[in-house]
Design a protein around this ligand. Structure first.
Ligand SMILES: NC(=O)c1ccc[n+]([C@@H]2O[C@H](COP(=O)([O-])OP(=O)(O)OC[C@H]3O[C@@H](n4cnc5c(N)ncnc54)[C@H](O)[C@@H]3O)[C@@H](O)[C@H]2O)c1
Ligand SMILES: O=C(O)C(=O)C[C@@H](O)[C@H](O)[C@H](O)COP(=O)(O)O
Ligand SMILES: [Zn+2]
Length: 359
């Protein structure tokens, strides 16, 4: 086995994030006392799921593979309800558990299924996308999308461990690899500017999942997330910084009917957040510009159609950070100095959008 990095996450339920190659053998040990484990996965991860099922069986645990629709199509309450039916048919009890094998969509769904079944059973995300490893699998936010908006139904339900098996990235499509790097760059702006230096110095190395640079970026981003959620699982304060760029990003996803990659929407949203902070007089011009250049260097989108603004503004009003009719944005007062912009007026929001709008 390749060298394994163990990153602790603290809080009301502590656990470790394991980063390394070929980690499937470690999964059964995370679930002592389980007799049945559901393996939620989408079709692209069937082979890995079967291999994990064999490891569980060898450890005396009965695997229940449950195939769900891929990507955001699986992150729906109807799909969760089908999963609960399957757990019921198989007689899952409180000692049994759920594993999500896949990207962030599957692990968000799996965590939500686990959070609600019998009011909460153990779960483990086996993250197979870069975005899942650096973000979605860590921190215990679980949930599904609804017609009203992104992730509006869900629960905080920390896993008992997180598996980031770097070997799985070998088959991840390049567009999804880049999408994950958008969240990594986000972490660079809010907490760890070394991430930005690494990406800017060698963007080609950042998108090579087998290289040392990518591994360093992955581990740095996980540490940023682990540090934040350890102190604020339920987002009553500091955790909001992880939502940098997400007010616009989630609006784009909704307008696109959840067919855009989350990480691509985050890339546009982060550029927008930089522009907003600059226009609000909180961020200098060169740091704001750096948002666009870092995302563009990774081949990520940095703009969105101008005429979508009315729909985007309406979608942003259901952002979870809003309070009543007052929108709240995560902005920067400088590199690694996140803060909240309270109740910006529509004119300021629109002026910032003009900086990312494509005619
Ligand atoms: N819970 C959180 O804190 C949190 C944080 C960030 C993002 N998210 C959520 O995560 C989701 C985005 O995650 P994502 O970018 O992983 O997208 P995704 O889960 O849709 O995966 C993207 C695509 O890659 C495929 N894939 C995944 N791993 C693969 C592999 N190893 N080989 C081949 N194909 C593979 C998937 O099947 C899918 O087609 C969004 O729903 C977002 O809201 C949640
Ligand atoms: O973990 C968090 O907290 C985040 O905000 C991380 C985000 O990257 C992630 O997309 C998260 O799912 C967004 O949370 P939401 O509460 O705005 O749905
Ligand atoms: Zn995100």
């Amino acid at each position: 086995m390749d060298e394994v990095t163990r990153i602790p996450v603290g809080g009301e339920q502590s656990y470790d994030v394991l980063v390394g190659r070929d980690l499937l053998d470690t999964v059964p040990g995370l679930l002592p006392g389980a007799t049945r484990v559901a393996l939620l996965h989408a079709p692209p991860l069937k082979e890995l799921t079967d291999a994990l099922g064999e490891r569980l069986r060898a450890a005396g645990i009965t695997p229940l593979p449950i195939e769900v629709p891929d990507a955001e199509a699986g992150k729906r309450v109807e799909v969760a309800a089908d999963c609960w039916d399957r757990l019921g048919e198989a007689g899952f009890t409180r000692t049994d558990a759920v594993i999500g094998v896949g990207g962030g969509a599957v692990t968000d769904l799996a965590g939500f299924v686990a959070a609600c079944w019998l009011r909460g059973v153990r779960w483990v995300p086996v993250a197979t996308s870069l975005l899942g490893m650096v973000d979605a699998a860590v921190g215990g936010k679980t949930g599904v999308n609804t017609a009203a908006g992104k992730n509006l139904v869900g629960a905080f339900h920390p896993p008992v461990g997180v598996i980031c098996d770097l070997a799985t990235l070998d088959s991840l499509p390049p567009a999804d690899l880049a999408a994950g790097l958008a969240e990594v760059v986000k972490c660079g702006f809010i907490a760890d500017p070394v991430i930005l230096d690494l990406v800017e110095a060698n963007p080609a190395a950042a998108v090579d999942p087998t290289g040392a640079v990518a591994r360093e970026l992955i581990e740095r981003a996980i540490r940023v997330k682990a540090d934040v959620v350890s102190g604020d699982l339920r987002e009553s304060g500091v955790r909001e910084v992880l939502n940098y760029g997400h007010t616009l990003a989630h609006a784009i996803e909704k307008v696109e009917g959840y067919r855009w990659r989350h990480g691509h929407a985050v890339a546009v949203g982060v550029v927008y957040a930089g522009a907003l902070a600059r226009l609000a007089g909180r961020l200098d011009e060169s740091t704001a510009r750096r948002h666009r250049t870092a995302m563009a260097a990774l081949g990520l989108p940095t703009s969105y159609p101008a005429d979508a603004w009315p729909q985007l503004l309406a979608a942003m009003r259901v952002d979870k950070k809003a309070r009543g009719s007052r929108l709240r944005f995560v902005v920067l007062d400088g590199l690694a100095r996140p803060a909240i912009l309270e109740g910006p007026d529509d004119a300021l929001l629109h002026a910032a959008y003009e900086e990312v709008a494509q005619p």
